[in-house]
Design a protein around this ligand. Structure first.
Ligand code: F6R
Length: 314
């Protein structure tokens, strides 16, 4: 697991967006797994800026939905279909044909879940899955104690998650659906590359459990420890509970050229075959253009002294 600590959410968004643009440069019709919620918005804004600035051509990418509420009409402004149309498809100039998602209005939801799994496989599998993390450690809407082998299915949200998402429904938790369809943990683990983005102090505990805690269904995000190609991008606040934060910074600061940070390399292998350990590493290349600053403090400096910042790659 590669952990990249960035100074703030916007820097993280640009870093991930430039990585996605680089992946799409190598595979123009890449299938991008997209999350909703607040966390990925800086990524989508940065991607749109790259496209409008002529720095990236995403005209052939396809996007795959991670999860969806059950019970909201597709045209409801807070259905994740609507959110993704607004935040991703339209700003990137993509049409509805670029979108893959489960039909959560179907009468037979289990069949719709199976059909979505088949559609993902038929599309060649997800090349890069972007994830946020719930305060309770969920990924997608796989709430605590979800099977780590689960596939796309119906889940019941915890009251904590409903409360967290009430902000999208005018603060009224009663408007937040109780049920969702979500890609399973096992489905997510089949993406060739998983990028978990975490921002803000509210994610610090869950992120520490996911990255450093035991592999446990209690924290579904900890299942990412089983995946050979995961990049965690966390801002300082979200990284604040990581015991190994200094080690992660040290690793990134000291990467020799042969081990350059290249988390967004081309995927090889068929859908369903996991990325091999070492994929994305050991190849020549320039890495991201976003200059991310490490925040290692000078040990001789007092705690009030300004943070010593040095770029660890550019
Ligand atoms: C949304 C999703 C969720 C969110 C998580 C964090 O599609 O799958 O797992 O990523 O609830 O939400 P935010 O980013 O709003 O804090």
């Amino acid at each position: 697991m590669e952990v990249v600590i960035v100074p703030d959410a916007e820097t993280g968004g640009r870093f991930v967006a430039e990585g996605i643009a680089r992946l799409v440069g190598l595979k123009p019709d890449a299938l991008l797994g997209v999350a909703t919620g607040s966390t990925p918005l800086p990524v989508y804004r940065a991607l749109a800026a790259l496209v409008s600035g002529g720095e990236a051509d995403l005209s052939r990418v396809r996007i795959a939905q991670l999860d969806e509420y059950v019970g909201l009409p597709a045209r409801h402004p807070e259905s994740y279909r609507s959110v993704l149309a607004r935040e991703v498809l339209e700003p990137l100039g993509l049409g509805p044909e670029a979108f893959l998602g489960p039909d959560t209005t179907a009468a037979d939801l289990p069949a719709a879940c199976r059909a979505y799994e088949q559609a993902l496989a038929a599309a060649g599998g997800v090349d890069l899955q972007l994830l946020g993390i719930g305060g309770d450690g969920h990924i997608g809407f796989n709430e605590p104690c979800s099977s780590l082998a689960s596939r796309t299915r119906i889940k019941t949200l915890t009251e904590r998650t409903r409360g967290d998402n009430a902000r999208f429904f005018g603060g009224d938790v009663e408007q937040v659906p109780r049920h969702v369809v979500t890609q399973g943990v096992g489905t997510i683990l089949e993406a060739r590359h998983v990028v978990l983005l975490a921002t803000g102090a509210g994610k610090a505990e869950a992120l520490a459990a996911a990255v450093e805690g035991p592999l446990a269904a209690r924290c579904p995000a900890s299942a990412l420890q089983l995946h050979p190609h995961v990049t965690v991008v966390a801002d300082e606040a979200a990284a604040s509970r990581l015991d190994l934060a200094d080690y992660f910074r040290h690793v990134l600061a000291g990467k020799p050229a042969w081990q350059a940070l290249r988390p967004f390399g081309p995927s090889d292998g068929a859908h369903g075959s996991r990325a091999r350990p070492g994929d994305g590493h050991g190849r020549s290349g320039t890495g991201s253009r976003v200059s991310i600053m490490s925040s290692d403090r000078d040990p001789s400096a007092s705690s009030k002294a300004p943070t010593v910042r040095k770029p660890f790659f550019s």
